[in-house]
Each structure stands twice: as C-alpha cells, then as structure tokens.
Design a protein around this ligand. Sequence first.
Ligand code: HEC
Ligand code: HEC
Length: 188
Amino acid sequence: MLSLKKTLISSLFIAKLFAVPVLAADLSAGEQKASSCFGCHGQKGISSISQLPNLAAQQPAYLVNQLKAFKSGNRSNATMESIAKNLEIKDIENISAYFSSQKPAKITTESAAPKSSLDSANMCLGCHGLDAEGKGQFPRLAGQHPDYLEQQLKNFKEGLRKNGPMHAVTVNLNESEIKALAAYFGSL
Ligand code: HEC
Ligand code: HEC
C-alpha cells in the first residue's frame, strides 16, 4: 500500500516535471508566431494605441475564441479577419498562451470614473469576475484601454459585434453610461 502511494506520488511528480517543458515550448512557439502582432498589440501585449486592445493577461480561452471568430468571420473586423485567416488552430492556441501569460497593464489616468459608476459596474462582475479579471470565455476588462472598451460596448449595443448576453447588457445603456463604465474598467 505504502509503495503504491509512493509510486503514485512520484509519478505525479514526474508528470509535473514533464508538464513544464511542454508549456515552455508552446509559449516560445507562441512568442515567435506573435511577432507579427507586436506592431499593433505591443510586444508584451500592451498596445500603445488606445483603439487597439491590450492582449496581456487576457483569458487564454477568450483569446482563442476571438481569433477563431475573426477567422470564421463571426466577429467582423477587416484587419483582424485577414490576419486570423492565415493562422492554424495550433498557432492560435500558442499565441493565446503567450499573450495571456504576459503581465497585465496597469493604467492609472485621471479619466477614472467617479465612484458612483461602481453601482452600474456591479452587474458586470458576475460574469467578468470580481476584479474584472475575466474567466474562461468571459474577457478580462481590468486595465483595458477605455477607448477600446467604449467602442466594443457600442458595437454590442448596435449589434455590430454579435453576442446575446452583451447585447442585452448594453442595449439600454446611454452614451455617458458607456463612457463611465469604459473609464472605470480601464482604470482598474
Ligand atoms: C494592423 C494592426 C493589427 C495587427 C498587426 C494585429 N491586430 Fe489584433 N486587433 C487589431 C484591431 C484594430 C483590433 C480590434 C478589432 C475590433 O474592433 O473588433 C484587434 C483585436 C484583436 C483581438 C480581440 C481582443 C479582444 O479583447 O477582444 C485579438 C485576440 C487580436 N486582435 C489578436 C491579434 C493577434 C494574435 C495578432 C497577430 C497574429 C494580431 N491581433 C495582429 C489590430 C491588429
Ligand atoms: C451574462 C454575462 C455577462 C454580463 C452580465 C456582462 N458581460 Fe460583458 N461579456 C460577456 C461575454 C460572454 C463576452 C464575450 C463576448 C464574445 O465572445 O464576443 C463579453 C465581452 C465584453 C466586452 C468585450 C471585451 C473585449 O476585450 O473585447 C466588454 C467591453 C464587456 N463585455 C463589458 C461588460 C460590461 C461593462 C458589463 C456590465 C455593464 C458586462 N460586460 C456584463 C458576458 C457578460
């Protein structure tokens, strides 16, 4: 019994040892493939242009989903559609692993929303996480560029970006509520 336990423990240990190099290989393959993205999204996934999303620390499952959506045309954006079209599924997974492993942006600007906007933000946290860090297919919002967030919220509202739950969430928000939410999440 004792030796079975020992065997189990040591095989778990070995499995862990082997898991590390595999992950590292994926990340470095991902980094190599991601080099064509750096010009717009930043080498470490922090873009210097406020209309272009940060990818750093974004949920890997969400990134995979979005790249597949651009590839199939389910999410429309001319630039990203033509880029994603040329990516294999394996590339998409490796690139997503690379960007999601990068440190999140920490943007502190004076445009941070007044505290009152926290109330309207509370209804977002059930899906986007208590710290807006995202989970699985729910994206991280914390530290994202406010200009980008604002545009996406408008796109969901107008149905230009198709997603049932996000359309329902945004359809009754007015422009200043959208601005306040974008500023608030960007400031986290
Ligand atoms: C020429 C600039 C440009 C390049 C190069 C580029 N992107 Fe993008 N990317 C954009 C723009 C613009 C958007 C926003 C699209 C929208 O508004 O829907 C975007 C959005 C995305 C998103 C969605 C992010 C989110 O939060 O929903 C992902 C993921 C992404 N890009 C990944 C990549 C990857 C991976 C590469 C490289 C293989 C890449 N991009 C190269 C411009 C670029
Ligand atoms: C019922 C769950 C749910 C709620 C509640 C919710 N969201 Fe979302 N949100 C999602 C999902 C799912 C996506 C990904 C959509 C996709 O795959 O295109 C998303 C995407 C987004 C995006 C796009 C992010 C990016 O990187 O492109 C923004 C911005 C966003 N949500 C903001 C909000 C805000 C602000 C609220 C509250 C007012 C909110 N969400 C409430 C589920 C939710």
